[in-house]
Design a protein around this ligand. Sequence first.
Ligand SMILES: Cc1ncc(COP(=O)(O)O)c(C=O)c1O
Length: 456
Amino acid sequence: MQTQKIILPEKEIPRQWYNIQADMPSPLQPPLHPFTQEPVSPDDLLPIFPMNLIEQEVSTERWIDIPEEILEKLMIWRPTPVHRASALEKYLQTPAKIYFKNEGASPAGSHKPNTAIAQAYYNKVAGTTRLTTETGAGQWGCALSLGCSLFGLECKVYMVRVSYEQKPYRRLMMKTWGGTCVSSPSRDTEFGRSVLAADPETSGSLGIAISEAVEDAVTSENTKYSLGSVLNHVMLHQTIVGLEVQKQFEMIGDYPDVIIGCVGGGSNFSGVSFPYVRDKIFGQKVQIIAVESTACPTLTRGPFAYDYGDTAAKTPLLPMYTLGHNFMPKPIHAGGLRYHGMAPLLSQLVLDQLIEPRAYNQLQAYEAGVIFARTEGMICAPETNHAIAAVIEEAKKAKEEGKQKTILFNLSGHGLLDLPGYDAFLDGELVEYELSENEIQHSLHDLDSFPRPVIK
Ligand SMILES: Cc1ncc(COP(=O)(O)O)c(C=O)c1O
């Protein structure tokens, strides 16, 4: 019988993270101070992050040791299995071999605890007693509530209103882990109150929620802010995913030709792909595809520019692909893909053509997700379904070309709490949403006065 699951023995769990900053052909351009527009210094970041994480943010060391205390918690569910999707292959009648890494196996149901646990640990060591954050789909809020509970920290989560209303069970998970979750914009911060005054019916956005969480962190005692994606140290913590996959592929003597993941801020994709991007930098032939939503087409239609990470323009200006910090994506059923920017590390690698971006609409995504559920059995998060849409396209291409390809994708989360989206799709209520060029240009005006990053 063919191997269905590649299980990495616990003793083989990677003991170091991989830092792609050591190997990038074009080094990362510096984040700029929001007021002076000069490169930020580590000290500028101290009001929101502890120094140990700031050191990781700027580090160019290739390998960074994972502390034992973190490994012990990650091993509650890690290493995660790599599965062969043979039933999907058969359904598609493709000569391609399809594999997926199952990050839905974590206690919170996604890849997010990989960094939540690390960030909670480093904050605890640095003396932080309370963390604030934002969440879109609710996955990150759950992950951080879990991380905080495992290390005894308080956790306050600002959850984008549309998801807060659509996903009550994620709120309850946060509550069970001891976190406090409020709908954003909230009345708990000055910025939230100002947004509500201007538009009481707003559906909220990740940018607004970030602004609230940052304001809370800088105005409260022993409190720091924690971000679930975008930043370099988050990408670093997620590389355990790809490092495990590399060991798992060694076990079966195979190597992926195509690697696929969905991208909101870029963390699960970076996690699975950066160890392979390293191989590619050193000459390996591998196609690496980042899949976003056509409702928030940051990489496929936005410029590479300096922009704020949040709506209130309080974070540093980051060099990244962006749709403008005031961009308000439509409330599609993939909250985690509705962020206006993209991780600077991933952005630079897209700019350097090591990674290829692609976008699918939510109908294509759900169609793929339903095929996957009916063949492989697992109901995936709507974000993940975007990656599966690309997998199916690549598998069909392999069939047309008569090519034996190995495709790997990251199953970033299960969708068992995302069933209303499936319901709407199956009842024919979802629309194919494509942004107009006018809408994009409108929110990009704000960037005109900012410094420009170098584009070779
Ligand atoms: C299951 C899942 N996949 C993907 C994402 C997108 O985030 P990122 O690009 O940081 O992996 C999210 C974000 O909430 C998510 O919950």
